[in-house]
Design a binder for this molecule. Structure first.
Ligand SMILES: NC(=O)c1ccc[n+]([C@@H]2O[C@H](COP(=O)([O-])OP(=O)(O)OC[C@H]3O[C@@H](n4cnc5c(N)ncnc54)[C@H](OP(=O)(O)O)[C@@H]3O)[C@@H](O)[C@H]2O)c1
Length: 330
């Protein structure tokens, strides 16, 4: 029940300033999208979060509908807080989001004021918190006026239930419009959460430049392509892997011979750098100046430890870059 954090936890982590805000985020952050639901082993969930914090990972990312079932990852995290981590609350950056389907009917999805205010209240209850550090709008809403959604982010901050605001999956133009609205309101819009990894480089076509120009932090999710860019699938599809255990977002059919061929060649480059493939993949996203943090998921304590090991070698030679680009283009 009692948890005392490692006293050396701040010795090795790298912290990057998040945009032009007053806070820094760890180069590696941990998300609770998968493997933290009520069907998962609680002791393993707790061990992963505690080990992460012991290694200097101060940022934990949630959303209203992480589980399954929806809401249960926040409940798991609330229980971990209650069992010791909460005494370190002022050392933690905890985020949550709303924007995807959460409850039935027209008020539990997308970007209305009705949804975002109720959802944050529910998230706080599930985690047993008075406030979150970052509250995100989880995805663009094609129907609700952006002004309504942004005014609600502002209200969630002004009410003291969130300290900072962010958006996820917004394209460059929408991000710029959101920025202008929030700037006028004086809302601390400090962070954007897009997906980014070697297999999915869409943010290189405009978003990263926009974020740099506006001085908004970028925390990139699925930097390991949900496990594809690790040693997980090199030889087989393990029975305890996301592809076999879950299969909603990463399907066995996604693991094609064409992809595996690239993954194996990338693994050879990683070996040449004395890194695991996961470490190479994390170093690769962190090479971008605009990237504040790489937001990983994990199913085991060792994966968290391996991820933090990426920080031992974040540099690439030109040859390595060219080889990686060549493999990815193939
Ligand atoms: N804003 C959004 O719309 C959005 C969407 C998705 C995710 N996210 C956030 O991003 C977080 C991370 O997403 P993600 O879980 O897809 O990230 P990811 O880091 O790309 O994938 C995590 C998976 O990779 C495997 N893995 C991790 N470290 C490993 C290592 N060192 N060696 C071997 N395998 C390793 C594990 O797979 P196994 O489980 O198979 O072991 C783990 O579950 C989420 O938790 C969430 O907070 C946000």
């Amino acid at each position: 029940m009692n948890y005392t954090a490692n006293k050396d936890r701040y010795n090795n982590m790298k912290y990057n300033r998040c945009g032009n805000s007053g806070i820094k985020l760890p180069a590696i952050s941990l998300g609770l999208w998968h493997n933290f639901g009520s069907k998962d082993n609680f002791e393993n969930c707790k061990a992963m979060v505690q080990r992460a914090f012991d290694l200097g990972i101060t940022h934990f990312d949630l959303a209203n509908n992480y589980g399954p079932p929806y809401g249960s990852a926040e409940e798991t995290f609330g229980k971990i807080l209650k069992e010791g981590l909460k005494s370190y609350r002022d050392e933690l950056i905890i985020s949550t989001k709303a924007g995807w389907d959460m409850w039935p009917g027209p008020y539990g999805n997308f970007g209305s004021r009705k949804y975002l205010i109720a959802s944050l209240d529910q998230s706080l209850k599930r985690m047993g918190l008075e406030y979150v550090d970052i509250f995100y709008h989880h995805r663009p809403d094609p129907e609700t006026k952006l002004e309504e959604t942004m005014h609600t982010l502002d209200q969630n901050v002004r009410s003291g239930k969130a300290l900072y605001a962010g958006v996820s999956q917004y394209g460059p133009e929408l991000t710029r419009r959101a920025y202008e609205i929030l700037l006028n309101l004086g809302t601390p819009f400090i962070i954007h959460q897009p997906n980014y990894n070697m297999f999915d480089r869409w943010i290189e076509n405009g978003l990263l430049n926009t974020l740099s120009e506006l001085n908004i932090g970028a925390i990139v999710f699925s930097p390991l392509a949900q496990g594809l860019l690790t040693n997980r699938y090199l030889n087989e599809i393990p029975s305890d892997s996301r592809a076999l255990k879950d299969g909603r977002f990463l399907k066995p059919s996604d693991i094609t011979e064409h992809k595996l061929n690239k993954i194996r060649r990338l693994n050879e480059i990683a070996q040449g750098r004395n890194q695991s493939l996961a470490q190479l993949s994390l170093a690769w996203v962190l090479r971008q100046k605009a990237v504040t943090s790489a937001l990983i998921g994990a199913s085991k304590v060792e994966q968290v430890e391996d991820a933090v090991g990426a920080l031992n070698n974040l540099n690439f030679s030109h040859d390595e870059f060219n080889m990686i680009d060549g493999i990815l283009a193939g």
